[in-house]
Unconditional design. Sequence first.
Length: 313
Amino acid sequence: MSTPYFALGAMDFGTRLDPGTSTALLDRFVERGGRWIDTANCYSFWMDPSGVGGQSETVIGRWLAARPGVRDRVLISTKVRQQPTVPGKWPESAEGLSAPAVRSAVRESLRRLGTERIDLYWAHAEDLDVPLEETVGAFGEVVSEGLARRLGASNHTAWRVERGRAIARAAGVAGWTALQLRHSYVQPRPGVVLPESGHRLATAESLDYARSEPDVDLWAYSSLLWGSYTRPDRPLPEHYDHPGTTRRLAVLGEVAAETGATANQVVLAWLTGGDPAVVPIVGVSRTEQLDEAFDAMELRLDEGQRRRLDEAA
């Protein structure tokens, strides 16, 4: 089994978290041996007075420039699709996934990041207004030109990912080898409409797809549900209010007590050690939270604990 790891979520860098705090977190991440940093070209336009975003990539780029040699120690994951082209007008002005949009966005991301390559370049969400063949071709071009090493699809259905991969194979270009979805131990009520526009939950089908395709990595955002597992001041949103949540939280608490770990750490261990294994994207605002996540990578759930966690529903 490969060594479990998580990606540092940088969505708030440069907006909710000032550059100094963001830099301190990045430094601590590398100090603890972290590798993957996940961001997007649009982060965080909703907190940006200009309404466009780009602050997260910019902060990461400045940090890299000020730390000679660090670029070879970290891997950068960023995304295209959601950045507004007209300040303050989203989603109607989102850049989309046309070939011109992808070609322009990847170069702008590289400029902000101050790097020559992106290690994993994501389609941030589906764009049903653009033929999938055009999007897949543009992403393949990004790899063939050496601007990105790998490609991924975020907030896409499993069937669309597979269709895109088939198109890439037929065209002889690089295809998606990673899938990113919202996923955690506790799940919303079945069939609920999420208030977060654009979020797509991992489903039994998408989990089975990742399990069945050895070359497809599964990443999960909102993996710790904004601190709701451990912070009384951040209760779970109303759409998590159902009997399954109550049962799962009870077992989660039992396993946390047995292992001496926090509920957050048990959730991360459950994700990284599952089938399929998941790469959680962990957003933090303090170094203590970052250390908690790193320590979770050392936690091993025994078969009985994992079975109890899995079967609570």
